[in-house]
Design a protein around this ligand. Structure first.
Ligand code: BT5
Length: 260
């Protein structure tokens, strides 16, 4: 079994990575933030805000056309978090870019876990590449889109409400069930945004931290494959790809696949 083992990959060499990483400290960080009441999707609003900033943040109270991956809809009632963080490519050297989905999931886990009750914390897990689950039910999802010089990372986090899922997706949960105090929304938004801006973690520590937050025993389904086959996650590599084992014992690396 080949779960990621830091001792076997102790040196990460990315000869083509733009330097410096993180960018020089004397380079001022240029950012923009926008808080909105209601939008169609914070992904679209973020595109309008993007100019040349290093990072930008758009958040909204509700969305009328929230988007998931592959054209799926993201249900967006009030009380939850809908935010998009834009990251300029100059802040995304190759090693960070490769593991960005896992890095984003980790920020989400850290900020959520630090606010729920101690007993609930062990029920919070990540699912590849970056869903947050509480007791096995989907609590948050992240959509990453490319737009010009930016990668736009959209976070939908069920804080107060777990909407009913009627399109064949997994059932939802919300952080209120895990005891997050009312009124935590803004701090959670800000916490995730700060973590993304301050991220300095090296690939190795991202992989190790990420692995520790996954429920490896939980079988997952490949939602977009015929018959939604059930697979078991085996390991993750340093490109952020996931190795899964099928029922017949064959193994396959997933690069980008939706798991139910
Ligand atoms: C995701 O897609 O998980 C990415 C969701 C990203 C939403 C954020 S909100 C802020 C920003 N603006 C946007 O317009 N989008 C981003 P995916 O893995 O494809 O999951 C979508 C599936 O999750 C749906 O097909 C449903 O089955 C289920 N679902 C929909 N709404 C949900 C919710 N609120 N909670 C849990 N599951 C939900």
């Amino acid at each position: 079994m080949a779960r990621y083992d830091a001792s076997r990959h102790s040196t990460f060499t990315y000869p083509n990575a733009p330097l410096p990483f993180p960018p020089a400290r004397n380079h001022p960080l240029i950012t923009s933030e926008l808080r909105l009441a209601s939008v169609v999707s914070t992904m679209d609003a973020a595109r309008e805000l993007a100019t040349t900033q290093d990072y930008l943040l758009v958040s909204a109270e509700t969305q009328s056309g929230g988007k998931g991956t592959r054209g799926r809809a993201w249900r967006s009632p009030p009380g939850n978090i809908y935010m998009t963080v834009g990251i300029h490519r100059r802040r995304l050297p190759a090693p960070r870019l490769a593991l960005l989905p896992l890095e984003l999931g980790l920020h989400l886990w850290e900020e959520s876990a630090s606010r729920v009750t101690e007993e609930a914390r062990s029920g919070l897990k990540l699912k590849w590449p970056n869903d947050l689950l509480y007791q096995g039910r989907k609590t948050a999802g992240i959509l990453v889109e490319s737009f010009g010089d930016y990668l736009m990372a959209g976070f939908g986090i069920n804080v107060a409400a777990a909407p009913e899922v009627t399109d064949g997706g997994a059932p939802a949960a919300c952080l209120a069930e895990a005891g997050i105090p009312p009124g935590s929304r803004e701090a959670l938004v800000e916490g995730i945004y700060q973590r993304i801006r301050a991220a300095e973690s090296d690939p190795e520590s991202i992989l190790l931290a990420w692995q520790a937050k996954v429920d490896w025993d939980r079988p997952v389904r490949l939602r977009d494959r015929e018959g939604s086959p059930k697979v078991t996650a085996v390991s993750v590599n340093r490109h952020g790809h996931l190795l899964v084992r099928h029922g017949n014992g064959t193994e396959e690396w997933l690069v980008s696949e939706y798991l139910l």
